[in-house]
Design a protein around this ligand. Structure first.
Ligand code: SF4
Length: 328
C-alpha cells in the first residue's frame, strides 16, 4: 500500500518545523511549501538548509500581485497593523491545495497553534480559512490537534492522534522542549517575518493606499526603501545609504521619475514619485540637503534631474520640525 503523503506549509518559524518533524515521525511522506510575499523578510537559504537536513523537498512560491491586491482590499480586514492575515492565509491555502494535487499529497500540515495569534489562529478563523480554501477537514495542525476536531488524516488512520499535541496560546515552553527533543537548534526567529505587522511600515502602506488606492510590485519595492515624506500629496523618498541610493537612481532612470541630489557634498538620492510641482521640489530639495554632508543654515546647490532635463536650485537645509511634519 502506498504511504500517505502530506504537504507542510512552513512559515520559517519553529512551529512549522516541529509540525513537519512530528508528521515525519509517523511514517508519512512529506514535502513542504514556503510562501514568499514582497513584504517577507525570511531568509530562504536557512530554510533550504533545514529541510535538506530533514530530507524533505521544499517548494518556494512567490505571491505577487494577487497578494498585494489583498493587502489593498482584504475581504476579512486587517490584524493589528496592515496585515490581512485571514485573506492571506486563504490565498496560501488555495495555492497549497493546488500544489498538493500536483504532487499527490493527501492532506496539509501547518505549524499553527490554537490561540497563539488573536486574528488568524482562533478556532473560528482557522475553520473559516479552511472552508474558504475548500480544504475542510484536510488541514492537520499537529501542535494543537488534540484541541481541534479530528481531521481526515486522523479519521483514516494515517496519523495517530495520540502522538499529536494539545498546545495552546503564546507561551512557547512546549515548543522549545520539542525542539530540544528533535535536535532543532538553528531555526529562524519567528518575530518580524512580515513587514505588514510592523507599525512604522504599516503607516507607510496606509498612507500609500489612502493616496493611490492600489498597490503594485513597483510600489512595494519603493515602500521598503529609504525615508518617506508626503509633500502636498506627492511622495518623496530619500535614500539612507549607498545601496538605497543606487536602487533609487536605477528606479528613477528606469521609470523616468525625477530625482534630486546635492551638487558639491556627499548626500542622498531623493526620488520624486509624483508630479514635480515647484513647491514640492523646494521642500524635497531642502530635505535632501538636510540628509547630506552640506552645512546647515547656508544656501546649498541641489541638482534636479528628469530624463534629459537638468537644472540647479539653491536651498537651505530643512529644519527637523519640518522634516517630522512631512515624514510618513
Ligand atoms: S503575517 Fe503577513 S504573511 Fe503572515 S499571514 Fe499575516 S499577512 Fe500573511
Amino acid at each position: 500500500m502506498q504511504r500517505p503523503k502530506a504537504l507542510a506549509l512552513v512559515s520559517g518559524g519553529l512551529d512549522s518545523l516541529l509540525a513537519t518533524r512530528i508528521i515525519l515521525e509517523q511514517n508519512i511522506d512529506v514535502e513542504a511549501v514556503h510562501f514568499v510575499t514582497p513584504f517577507c523578510r525570511y531568509d530562504c537559504n536557512s530554510l533550504n538548509r533545514i529541510f535538506k537536513d530533514f530530507g524533505v523537498k521544499l517548494h518556494v512560491i512567490f505571491l505577487g500581485q494577487e497578494f498585494l491586491d489583498i493587502v489593498a482590499n482584504p475581504r476579512h480586514g486587517y490584524g493589528s497593523q496592515m496585515n490581512p492575515c485571514l485573506d492571506c492565509r486563504i490565498l496560501m491555502f488555495r495555492r497549497a491545495k493546488e500544489l498538493a494535487e500536483n504532487i499527490g499529497a493527501d492532506f496539509l500540515v501547518t505549524g499553527e497553534v490554537l490561540d497563539q495569534r488573536p486574528f488568524s489562529q482562533r478556532l473560528k478563523a482557522m475553520l473559516l480559512i479552511e472552508r474558504e480554501a475548500g480544504l475542510e477537514g484536510r488541514v492537520l495542525r499537529p501542535l494543537s490537534a488534540k484541541l481541534l476536531p479530528p481531521t481526515d488524516a486522523e479519521r483514516r488512520g494515517w496519523v495517530d492522534r495520540e502522538r499529536l499535541f494539545a498546545i495552546r496560546g503564546r507561551r512557547r515552553i512546549q515548543q522549545i522542549e520539542l525542539a530540544k527533543k528533535y535536535g532543532i537548534k538553528d531555526y529562524p526567529n519567528p518575530s518580524g517575518g512580515c513587514l505588514l505587522t510592523d507599525p512604522a511600515f504599516a503607516c507607510r502602506v496606509r498612507d500609500h493606499l489612502s493616496y493611490e488606492g492600489r498597490l503594485t510590485l513597483d510600489d512595494a519595492i519603493l515602500l521598503m526603501i529609504g525615508r518617506h515624506f508626503r509633500i502636498n500629496g506627492v511622495k518623496v523618498i530619500v535614500g539612507r545609504n549607498m545601496e538605497e541610493n543606487n536602487k533609487l537612481l536605477a528606479i528613477a532612470e528606469k521609470s523616468a521619475k525625477p530625482y534630486l541630489l546635492v551638487s558639491d557634498y556627499k548626500g542622498p538620492i531623493t526620488l520624486i514619485a509624483g508630479e514635480p510641482k515647484p513647491e514640492v521640489m523646494e521642500k524635497a530639495a531642502a530635505i535632501t540637503v538636510r540628509y547630506s554632508d552640506a552645512p546647515r543654515n547656508v544656501p546649498i546647490s541641489v541638482i534636479y534631474r528628469h530624463r534629459e532635463e537638468k537644472r540647479e536650485m539653491t536651498v537651505v537645509a530643512a529644519e527637523d520640525k519640518e522634516i517630522e511634519r512631512l515624514r510618513v
